[in-house]
Design a protein around this ligand. Sequence first.
Ligand SMILES: Nc1nc2c(c(=O)[nH]1)N[C@H]1C(S)=C(S)[C@@H](COP(=O)(O)OP(=O)(O)OC[C@H]3O[C@@H](n4cnc5c(N)ncnc54)[C@H](O)[C@@H]3O)O[C@H]1N2
Ligand code: MOO
Length: 341
Amino acid sequence: MDGIALRVGAAFPLHVLGMQRAGEPPRELPEGAFCWEVTTGSVLPIGANCIIPVEQIRRVDDQVFFMGDELPAQGAFIHPQASDRTQGDVLLCEGQKLDGPSLAVLAANGVATPLVSREPSVCVVTTGDELVEVDEPVQPWQVRRSNYYAIMGMLQLHGFSMLEHRTLKDAYDETCAVLGDIIARYDVVLLSGGVSMGAFDYVPRALEHIGVQCVFYKVLQRPGGPLWFGYGSAGQRVVGLPGNPVSAMVCMARYVLPLLDQAAKRAVGEVVSLSLTAPVPRLAQRTRFVPVQVRGGEAQPFPMPTSGDFMGLPQTGGIVELSPGEGEAFAGTRVPFYPWA
Ligand SMILES: Nc1nc2c(c(=O)[nH]1)N[C@H]1C(S)=C(S)[C@@H](COP(=O)(O)OP(=O)(O)OC[C@H]3O[C@@H](n4cnc5c(N)ncnc54)[C@H](O)[C@@H]3O)O[C@H]1N2
Ligand code: MOO
C-alpha cells in the first residue's frame, strides 16, 4: 500500500521522516508524532504497526494530516511474514504440473532446482503400404498419413515435446527389426495400424517376437476394438492403435493421454462428466465412444458414420463414453467426457 507507516496512537499531524522505498532495509520509526512515507512492497519500518493509504492523508511540506473518517487499526495494510504459509507447510504436491502459479511459488521460495520427473520420450510409428506423405501426390488407392499428424498434435497440445516419428511398410522382418531398435530407445512407442486381422497386420506378432509383453489385445469397445498394449523389457509402454483414424484418435484421448500423464508422473486429471443433449443408442456388448460438441456443460452427440470418416471431427471437442447396455442413453444422461487433448 502506498501511504505512510506510523505507530497506532501517534497524534496528528505527523512529521514525515522520509521515504521507505521497496527494496531498502527497514528504517527506524522513533516514538512520537513521526511517520515514514512507504511504497507498496516496501518493508515495514521498525516500530511502525499500521499503514494509512495516501488517499486518506494530506501532506503539507513535512507535515501529514489525516483526512479519512476512521483511523486504521493496528496491522492495517501490513502483510506479516508467514501470514500466508509458514515453515513446514506443503506448497506443491507430487504430480503438480509446473504451470504459471506453481512456478511462481517455486521461485518465490527460492527453489531454483526443483525435483521434476523426466518427460517420457515418445516415438510414433505409422504403418501401412498405402500411406503417403501429406505433401506427396496421392493416388486413389493411397491414403495420406493423417494419423501421424492427429497423434502428434494431440501429444503436443497435451504438453509433450520429446516426439519422434518413424514409418513402416507392411513387412514382417522389417517391422521386427525396426521396432526392436525403436523400443530400445524410447520410453513410449505408439503404433498406428496393422493391429487387426488382415494378412499384413504384423504389429502384434512382431511385438511379441521382439519380447514386448502383451498386457491386453482387443477391447470390447467401438470404435477402437483392436487396441493392443504391452510392456517392453525395460518397462517401455507400447501401444498398438487401430489404423482407422477415428479409432486411433478415440484410443489416444481415452487411454494414451492418461497413460502418458502417468508415465510422466503427472497427476492424472479428474474425468469430467457431461449431460447428453440427445439420446444415443448403446451397444449391447461393447462400450461405445461418440464424438460430441461441448456447449455450456452439455454434450451434443456428433456420431461419425464409420471409424474411417473423420472430416466432421474438427467440429467436436472430444468423446463421451457409453457403457454397454440395451436401448439408448437418454438425453440428460451424464456420461464421462474425454477431450481431444
Ligand atoms: N476381419 C476383420 N477385419 C477388421 C476387424 C476385425 O475385427 N475383423 N477390425 C476392424 C477394425 S474395428 C479396425 S479399427 C481396423 C483396424 O485395423 P488395423 O489397425 O490393422 O489398421 P489398418 O488395417 O492398417 O488400417 C485401417 C484403416 O486405416 C487407414 N490408416 C492406417 N494408418 C493410417 C494413417 N497413418 N493415417 C490415415 N489412415 C490410416 C488404413 O488405410 C485403413 O483404411 O480393422 C478392421 N478390420
Ligand atoms: O473399432 Mo474399429 O476401431 O471401428 O474401426
